[in-house]
Design a protein around this ligand. Structure first.
Ligand code: GDP
Ligand code: MG
Length: 743
């Protein structure tokens, strides 16, 4: 008979292989073993059974009752599970600890005869308070564990035990009630309820189920009254925490067919249901509706269940107060962290390559605008936050919100860095490209004959550069991120474009200045050279003066200065025209003109020095002398005769030429009798001239020094050498006169 004392045995258990394949779990998974150890493989089992991703769409049922009352047999019948059942031959206790298995009779989706999704059934080691007093501890702990996790508690009871108020079952139920109150100590305003589902075994039917039900409810109420209730809960009734249902099952051995039929009917009650007023009025009457009411659900997301169960068991086994809200918060922290790490893996996959590439390009000093960055960032942000929300929002709201903010912080910190890196690369490469394009366009213009519009080149390139920058910036924006704007970067970019434009304009000014200086050099070289050459003729200056007056040697320097002034004035005009065409500022033009004058003076001074090299000068003096000595007033060459006043002519010509030496020694204007007004002519150094503007200019000495062309020593040397040359010419003339006579 089933009441025969159970025999302890080695039972037979599914081995839980390290491999964790489905076959290792044919009997389900042993959540708590006989040593009260929690089995961490629960999580693996739930994944193998595809429960992990179910969210809240799963259900937990536990079964309670004395040993060997056919609990495992019942579960196997209802749910197609394979919990170990006591063999008729051996009669040994089989189920040890707590086992869990998924319902195998769920049925096809949409089928009429279909049970709720993902029912998880826990088979709890049976107890027999009278026989196993030493293990009341486990009974209490397992009851607590079952209540903290399960929606429905099946209480398995023989019909003939109904009304035996002192029976073993009553001990168990007392424990259930007590731990239930303990459970909600910390959560007194809970709306949480559980369903106690009494399955009356070996139900014969002589006593109607209704009557059995009435007896049981009366017994339970009496039991409830006897337990001591924590402060604040003294007035609570059993119905504040529990709903009741009852079902009678015929004897499996004597009425096997009826047993199977009834078990099938019973199984179909395990569907989703909802509370309606009619049901409340039933007070334990059997409802046709499904047993799983939303308020029974522990609201632990399936992916957090095993961690939650482990935490709960840890509290229970260490005799700590079980504080479900705290446990749920701890679970939320754990799972939210885990989910955060998981979604960050996906984020990393999308983003790390960009981060590496950006860092590398910065390291190489060649910041690169990364193609496709904006799209990738936007997609990664949305996906990461969305995935987190989907998984984590099922957990404790406060924790979820905090972790969600943390995740967003992490994501945004990295995206923001990428965004700014991109803007910085766009900035650097944009500025460089701008400068390069302007330079290339100028070079191109120079190649094509030099007529290019610098201002237009700059404004066109600046515009296009700005557009490119904005395009990169816009395409890298990330909707919803607080940092996603580029106003500041854009204004910095504009500022640097203006600075670089100014620098390029200064370069262009330099190029222009160089061109104009070269022009001055070649013009002065020619015209000043002509003036010096004219010295050789002994009679005339270079160009005929406008008033028709014969140019004289005396106003040689006046002519040079006039040439110089006219040439530079002309150059200044060219410079100003061109510079104003590219929007150079008045200050910039002023500096340019001042530099031009300084440089032009250097050019003139160099040209004069070239002409005044001793050999050149001696040649000029000799030509000048010979012109005066060998030609008469009309410019006709003289044929010397012995009667000619050779000596007189010689002396006059020599003295006339000798006057050139002091004349040439100093740059002095005939019209003022002083040096040219060089300082006034060059003007003050403009206040806006920088040291860079001055550094390549030759220094200008004092006016005296600057206007001294030949030193006194040089002058004397030159006089001596010229005289010798003149003497030579004289002797030759004298000889030719005598020679002419003898012929
Ligand atoms: P558990 O210890 O409560 O899980 O009980 P088991 O399911 O292992 O069954 C214990 C014994 O009761 C086994 O020998 C079963 O054959 C027997 N048994 C199973 N169902 C019934 C039933 O409906 N009525 C009776 N009288 N015995 C049953
Ligand atoms: Mg069992």
């Amino acid at each position: 008979s089933p009441t025969a004392p159970p025999v302890l045995s080695n039972g037979h258990f599914a081995s839980i292989g390290a491999e964790g394949d489905a076959a290792s779990y044919e009997h389900g998974v042993q959540v708590i073993d006989e040593n009260k150890e929690f089995n961490p493989k629960l999580s693996k089992y739930l994944s193998l059974e595809n429960v992990t991703s179910a969210g809240f769409n799963y259900h937990l049922i536990s079964v309670f009752g004395s040993q060997s009352t056919g609990k495992s047999t019942l579960l196997n019948q209802l749910f197609g599970t394979e919990f170990s059942v006591m063999s008729e031959l051996e009669r040994r206790q089989t189920t040890k600890g707590i086992w869990l298995s998924k319902n195998k009779k769920q049925g096809e989706p949409g089928a009429a005869e279909r049970m709720a999704d993902n029912i998880l059934v826990m088979d709890v080691e049976g107890t027999d308070g009278r026989e196993r007093g030493e293990d009341q501890d486990f009974e209490r702990k397992s009851a607590l564990f079952a209540l903290a996790t399960s929606e429905v508690l099946i209480v398995n009871i023989w019909e003939h035990q109904v009304g035996l108020y002192q029976g073993a079952n009553m001990g168990l139920l007392k424990t259930v009630f007590e731990v239930n109150l303990q459970l909600f100590l910390k959560d007194k305003h809970t709306t949480h309820r559980s369903l106690l589902f009494f399955v009356i075994r070996d139900f014969i039917g002589n006593t109607p189920l209704k009557n059995l039900q009435k007896t049981l409810l009366e017994d339970l109420s009496r039991l409830w009254d006897t337990i001591s209730k924590p402060a604040g809960l003294e007035k609570s009734t059993i119905h504040d925490y529990f709903d009741f249902q009852f079902y009678g099952l015929p004897h499996k051995g004597y009425q096997p067919d009826q047993f199977v039929t009834e078990a099938k009917k019973l199984a179909l009650r395990f569907r989703d249901g909802h509370r309606d007023p009619k049901r409340d009025a039933l007070k334990g009457e059997f409802s046709e509706e499904g047993v799983f009411l939303p308020e029974y659900h522990r609201r632990i997301p399936a992916d957090g269940f095993s961690h939650y169960a482990e935490g709960i068991w840890d509290q229970i086994v260490n005799n700590k107060d079980l504080d479900l809200p705290t446990q749920q918060e701890l679970l939320a922290q754990f799972r939210c962290d885990e989910i955060l790490r998981e979604v960050m893996i996906g984020f990393d996959e999308a983003i790390v390559a960009f981060e590496d590439k950006q860092a590398e390009s910065v390291r190489l000093g060649a910041p690169e605008v990364l193609g496709g960055l904006g799209v990738a960032m936007r997609a990664a942000r949305v996906k990461t936050l969305k995935n987190f929300e989907t998984e984590a929002s099922r957990y404790h709201k406060g924790v979820y919100q905090r972790k969600s903010a943390e995740l967003q912080g992490k994501v945004d910190t990295r995206l923001k860095a990428l965004f700014h890196g991109q803007l910085s690369a766009a900035h650097k490469s944009g500025i460089r490209d701008f400068s390069d394009s302007v330079t290339a366009a100028v070079k191109d213009g120079q190649k094509k004959g030099g007529s290019y519009d610098f201002a237009e080149i700059v404004s066109k390139e600046a515009q296009s550069s700005l557009e490119k920058f904005e395009e990169v910036a816009r395409s890298t924006l990330v909707d919803g991120a607080s940092w996603s704007n580029y106003n500041q970067e854009l204004s910095l970019y504009k500022k640097e474009l203006a600075e670089v434009s100014a620098r390029l304009r200064r370069d262009e000014m330099r190029r222009l200045a160089t061109r104009v200086e070269r022009w001055v050099q070649s013009r002065l070289g020619e015209s000043v050279g002509l003036e010096f050459n004219s010295l050789g003729s002994g009679r005339a200056g270079g160009g005929a003066p406008e008033n028709g007056e014969k140019p004289t040697e005396k106003d040689f320097w006046d002519r040079i200065w006039n040439l110089f002034e006219d040439t530079v004035l002309d150059a200044e005009r060219r410079f100003t025209d061109r510079a104003s065409s590219f929007d150079a500022s008045i200050d910039e033009v002023d500096v340019g003109l001042w530099r031009l004058r300084r440089k032009s003076w250097g050019v003139l001074r160099a040209k004069i020095e070239e002409e005044m090299i001793e050999g050149n000068l001696l040649l000029k003096l000799r030509e000048n002398f010979e012109d005066k000595f060998r030609y008469d007033e009309a410019g006709v060459p003289r044929i010397w005769r012995p009667t000619d006043d050779i000596e007189g002519i010689y002396t006059r010509a020599r003295e006339s030429t000798l006057t050139l030496i002091p004349l040439l020694s100093r740059f002095r204007l005939e019209r003022t009798g002083g040096p040219p007004p060089l300082d006034r002519w060059i003007g003050h150094t403009p206040s806006t001239a920088t040291s860079a503007d001055e550094e390549d200019l030759a220094p200008i000495g004092g006016l005296e020094e600057e206007m001294t062309i030949l030193s006194d020593t040089k002058r004397q040397e030159l006089t001596v050498r010229f005289k010798k040359t003149a003497d030579g010419v004289y002797v030759e003339a004298k000889r030719s006169a005598i020679g002419g006579m003898t012929q």
